[in-house]
Design a protein around this ligand. Structure first.
Ligand SMILES: [Zn+2]
Length: 329
């Protein structure tokens, strides 16, 4: 072996086993902390910039004005229910009007929800494309990292890191930078759940492979990472399976992973060699708003006959929703 294999969280270098292979990566599991990680652990510097610039979903959101974008984020929230836990926590623990920092805000769907809940959102994002996109929607976003967050910008009273740490090759360094820069500010974090119904049934969301997700967290590895970063109090919460997660997760896994064999945000989608895949993807996003509208109007009542009892059954078996929510201080 040309390099020493070491767990990026607990740092042990002895005991690993292989979970699966995908393209040039092997996904390994650390026998000490249970973290699954891509080997080699990393992607190109330009991966996010390239995929975001060519993303059909981003170009359709890009056409929306600031108010329409806020409306679309609220519809997403109502559909996914994923942000509920974070927003409820903010309302209960953070004074109205406080600054809430969204680290790795991505396309910024949380920013309108933080704003609507009565707080002042500020995003941090490394992709220039996304920062320009969000600034056009009239949000305040810092282009860069926590380390170079401008000293003259307002200090946050809460920090959110939503669905970010599964993308980061050095998660302990990333979390430690947040803790060192804002040592007394509570952190709300979410990441794909190790207890999720999808993970347990082997129906992983189609984005859950490298180069998009580099890490799949276990409960123990989450605690070790946050403790190593300097957090003392760590609470994990696992919500029940949500009926609205079942159809989108299952159909995206079936189409992208099983039929096409790709990760939907992978660079392959935007390259010429895979233009067939890109065409299907673009087509899906062209009709996405219509599909969402149809789903909201008609499908819930039809599908819920199946998905609601299925969600109850899976929850009764001890499985949980797609994301785990963590509060660390
Ligand atoms: Zn480990």
């Amino acid at each position: 072996m040309l390099y020493e294999l070491r767990c990026p969280v607990c740092r042990q270098a002895d005991a690993f086993s292989d979970v699966e292979r995908f393209q040039q990566w092997t996904i390994r599991v650390c026998q000490t902390c249970g973290l699954q990680f891509a080997d080699p652990l990393g992607t190109t510097e330009t991966y996010y910039e390239e995929t975001r610039r060519k993303s059909p979903s981003l170009s359709s959101l890009g056409r929306l004005g600031p108010d329409q974008f806020r409306h679309s984020a609220r519809r997403w929230a109502a559909r996914s229910r994923r942000p509920e836990v974070a927003i409820r926590w903010l309302r209960e623990h953070v004074p109205p009007g406080a600054i809430v920092l969204d680290v790795g805000c991505g396309a910024g769907l949380f920013l309108p929800l933080i704003e609507q809940a009565g707080f002042v959102p500020i995003g941090i994002e490394i992709s220039e494309t996304l920062v320009n996109f969000l600034r056009a929607k009239e949000f305040r976003v810092h282009l860069g990292s926590v380390e170079d967050y401008p000293a003259q910008w307002p200090q946050p009273q809460a920090i959110m890191v939503m669905e970010v740490i599964e993308h980061v090759p050095d998660p302990v360094g990333f979390l430690r930078a947040i803790r060192q820069r804002f040592p007394t500010v509570p952190l709300l974090l979410s990441t794909p759940s190790p207890r999720s119904w999808a993970a347990r049934l082997g129906v992983r969301p189609a984005v859950d492979w490298p180069p998009n997700h580099l890490l799949r967290w276990s409960e123990q590895s989450l605690r070790i990472a946050l403790q190593s970063a300097g957090y003392n109090s760590i609470e994990l919460s696992f919500g029940p399976v949500l009926s609205q997660e079942i159809v989108p997760t299952f159909s995206s896994w079936l189409m992208f992973r099983r039929v096409l064999g790709v990760v939907p945000t992978a660079r392959e989608l935007s390259s010429d060699e895979r233009s067939g895949v890109r065409w299907i993807y673009s087509l899906l996003f062209r009709f996405y708003p219509t599909a969402v509208w149809l789903q909201e109007r008609f499908l819930p009542s039809v599908l819920s006959v199946v998905t609601v009892p299925m969600a109850r059954l899976l929850s009764a078996k001890g499985l949980s929703c797609l994301s785990v929510d963590v509060i660390a201080r």
